[in-house]
Each structure stands twice: as C-alpha cells, then as structure tokens.
Write a protein that binds this ligand. Sequence first.
Ligand code: RB5
Length: 146
Amino acid sequence: MKIVVASDHGGFDLKESLRLYLKELGYEVLDLGCYDHNSVDYPDYGRLAGERVIEENCLGLVVCGTGIGISLAANKVKGVRAALCSEEYSATMARRHNNANILALGGRTTGVDLAKSILDAFLKADFEGGRHERRVNKIIDIEEGR
Ligand code: RB5
C-alpha cells in the first residue's frame, strides 16, 4: 500500500522518523519533501500531498510544527479529508467515521513514540460507511457547492 508523506521544516524530523517507520512496516512511501531543515512554506507541502493523495487514491501523512497549517492547506484540495490528531482514538475515528484520507501530526507537539502509535491507529482502521457515508457525503456537497 502506498502512503504519501510531506512536511515543512517544523515537521521534518517527525516526518523522517515516520517515513522510516512506514518503510519498516512494508509500506511504499512517496516522500514529497521537504528534505532538510531549511525554512519552507507549509501550504506548498500540504497542497502537494493533498493533490497526490487524490491522484493516487491512497492515504497520506502531513506534518508541520503543530500540524495545523499543513492540514488546513491539504483540506483545500478537493476530495481531501485531513485529520489533525494528537491521540490514537481520534485517529481511529477519523478513518472509521470521517473517512479521512490524510493524517496530520504536529512535529513540535507530538513525540515520536506517540506519533507512531497514532499512525498505527489511523492505518489499522477502516471506514464504516452506513450513516457515516451519508454524513461524509454532506461534507462533499459543501465542497461541490451543492
Ligand atoms: C513554521 O514555523 C510553523 O508555523 C509551521 O510548521 C506550522 O506549525 C504551521 O501551522
């Protein structure tokens, strides 16, 4: 399974740790940058990741200092549902109920061990459909201007 990953400089270290972790777990990782600590703009990476997740119809991981800016940017891409999570339960529910396709984490707010555990929860859970599908479709209606 392919996972798109991206971060700004504030999320670079955590993204690197999680990129290696995902590879260890056997995922195919598509790393869209950034590739060092030089200062960059998080909207560029949120957008890149969002567009690629939609193109590849896969899941993504985005990281900035807080996870806020990069998730806001990713969520502007049509079809993206990026969920900023700071604990495992929300990550599970983001998949089960919200059919989130991107997990956002804060590199300056979330330690590596907790981040791995949140990522595990996100990847393990599946969308439940049913009444949740109706609700997610209402989010899509907003996006489509219906
Ligand atoms: C960069 O300093 C920081 O603003 C960014 O990583 C992120 O936290 C924005 O939401």
